[in-house]
Design a protein around this ligand. Sequence first.
Ligand SMILES: Cc1cc2nc3c(=O)[nH]c(=O)nc-3n(C[C@H](O)[C@H](O)[C@H](O)COP(=O)(O)OP(=O)(O)OC[C@H]3O[C@@H](n4cnc5c(N)ncnc54)[C@H](O)[C@@H]3O)c2cc1C
Ligand code: FES
Length: 259
Amino acid sequence: MSDRTLAPLGRRRLRVSGRRRLGAYVVLSVADPDGPAPDPGQFAMLAAAERWGGGADERPFLPRAFSVARRHGDGTLDFVLEDVGPGTERLGELDAGDAVWLLGPLGRGFAPPRSGRRPVLVGGGVGIAPLMIWQDALGGEAVALLGFRDAAHAEGAALLPGARVATDDGSVGHHGLVTELLAGALAGAEVYACGPPPMLEAVRALCAEHDVPAQLALESGMACGFGACFGCVVPTRDGYVRLCVDGPVLEARTLETIA
Ligand SMILES: Cc1cc2nc3c(=O)[nH]c(=O)nc-3n(C[C@H](O)[C@H](O)[C@H](O)COP(=O)(O)OP(=O)(O)OC[C@H]3O[C@@H](n4cnc5c(N)ncnc54)[C@H](O)[C@@H]3O)c2cc1C
Ligand code: FES
């Protein structure tokens, strides 16, 4: 008996079925009709089938980790990409008909809220991705509080219906940090957060101070995604864990701090 959805053995060659730009992000849709339904919070390792290293003009790439952002009824998986380097740039230029290699779903996702607790989703930047599929699973009832750098990034908020937005530059919504919105929503909450490390650390500290349970979707560099390389280890109060198999979602109380 497993406590997570297990990936089929080996990577699958799949077709990109759509691509759309949303402000600073690209939403990439991949047809995976025969793949298992991922648990919210799980991720996949993605690589473009063409021009992904090996040729004279190409940098050799390892696959890159991406949260499954949404699963549609026909098995289509959505991913939300932010271009931060060569891997995300190459994946972000793929279009309908192109092929990708996908390994997944991988890792452990979010656990349901404890009895009597109200789910509050807190996202920062592209960290909104795993909260989309979690909001879908929760039936759209969960409050979503999202923080972005500026108006172009805040366009991503359209992916989570009813979200309250904060921006660093005040161009959209609350002028300030998403944790300032969270401070007013803690009573009776169970917090689910994903975003950059300083945001997650602020969420962890705030929830610890108010004795509010929180589940945090963390990131670290991942070379394999299935426990073999130990490249993704993070320290917890119980010792080091491999984020790709023991996470990426960890209970906040198991973490001393997030660096
Ligand atoms: C479980 C998991 C889920 C993720 N989900 C998403 C997602 O939904 N959408 C998305 O756009 N990205 C996501 N990422 C991050 C994504 O994997 C990296 O941005 C990507 O690997 C960068 O590859 P690159 O070749 O474009 O850039 P690189 O050249 O590899 O890196 C560019 C810059 O980003 C930094 N960086 C790279 N990877 C990470 C990381 N994992 N954590 C922190 N800093 C990093 C590098 O140090 C460098 O400064 C996720 C990562 C993990 C581990
Ligand atoms: S990414 Fe290789 S062990 Fe986690």
